[in-house]
Design a binder for this molecule. Structure first.
Ligand SMILES: Nc1ncnc2c1ncn2[C@@H]1O[C@H](COP(=O)(O)OP(=O)(O)OP(=O)(O)O)[C@@H](O)[C@H]1O
Ligand SMILES: [Mg+2]
Length: 235
């Protein structure tokens, strides 16, 4: 289980996360809804060891992550797919994917198998593996970003707004793949503003507002909630 207990984060004097508590159980697909600036990325960057929590604890299978190095956190199985993809556009698709296995460089054997699994999950990336990542469409670039995270062999995957800037049909396919990754055994914490698509594949969800968890519940409960619909679905 990945567990956040009373996690706070400050940027200078600005409190970006205010005693956030949430968890994702083994095998769960948990969605974190929140508008622009709610603190979703801040939460992920804190879990990944990029930012250091000002208070509280983040544990993965009982092990404290606050204070651990980002590379150690990936090695422990907690891998982030960052917002905005953050690819190396001039490098080939394949090189971008291989970079995700950097933390496993002392044990490269299994990475070839993982690469094969990623190319099976995203067949278009096999075709385009020698093309520069920057030449791909937005949806394909998002596949590279998710594939690169998979190369880190996540046991829990932190997905930060994978649908950002993608067309509706591409979003649908993206969420189907995320569901498949989860069904194959990877725990997923998915930050999204696209509430409708995200809640359709979620087991549970939380709503983050101004650094605080203001709601949690089952997808059906949140989809039926008028204030949630108004804020995130526009109906
Ligand atoms: N490095 C930083 N320094 C100062 N303030 C920051 C920094 N990063 C984020 N913030 C602020 O912290 C708050 C939360 O930002 P964050 O990026 O975590 O939100 P988000 O939910 O991921 O938003 P979005 O949907 O736009 O990605 C915002 O008010 C933002 O301006
Ligand atoms: Mg963000």
């Amino acid at each position: 289980m990945l567990k956040f207990d009373d996690v706070s984060l400050k940027y200078g004097s600005f409190l970006a996360l205010d005693r956030v508590s949430l968890h994702a159980g083994k095998g769960e697909l948990v969605v974190l809804l929140g508008a622009n600036g709610a603190g979703k990325s801040s939460l992920f960057l804190t879990a990944s060891g990029i930012h250091r929590a000002a208070g509280g604890s983040i544990t993965w299978e009982g092990r404290e992550l606050v204070g651990s190095k980002p590379s150690a956190i990936v090695q422990a199985g907690v891998v982030q797919c960052p917002e905005g993809r953050k690819l190396f556009p001039q490098m080939s698709v394949r090189k971008n994917l291989e970079l995700g296995a950097y933390v496993h460089r002392r044990d490269p054997g299994p990475s070839r198998q993982t690469l094969e699994e990623v190319l099976e999950l995203f067949p278009i990336l096999r075709e385009k593996q020698h093309d520069p990542a920057g030449s791909l469409s937005g949806g394909q670039q998002q596949m590279v970003a998710i594939g690169r995270a998979m190369m880190g062999r996540p046991r829990v995957l932190l997905l930060d707004e994978p649908s950002l800037g993608l067309a509706p049909l591409v979003i649908k396919q993206m969420f189907e793949v995320i569901q498949r990754i989860n069904q194959a055994g990877t725990t997923v914490l998915l930050a999204e503003q696209n509430a409708y698509a995200a809640l359709r594949i979620a087991h549970r969800a939380y709503v983050l507002e101004s650094g605080r968890i203001v709601r949690e519940g089952l997808p059906g409960e949140l989809l039926a909630d008028d204030s949630i619909r108004r804020a995130y679905i526009g109906a």
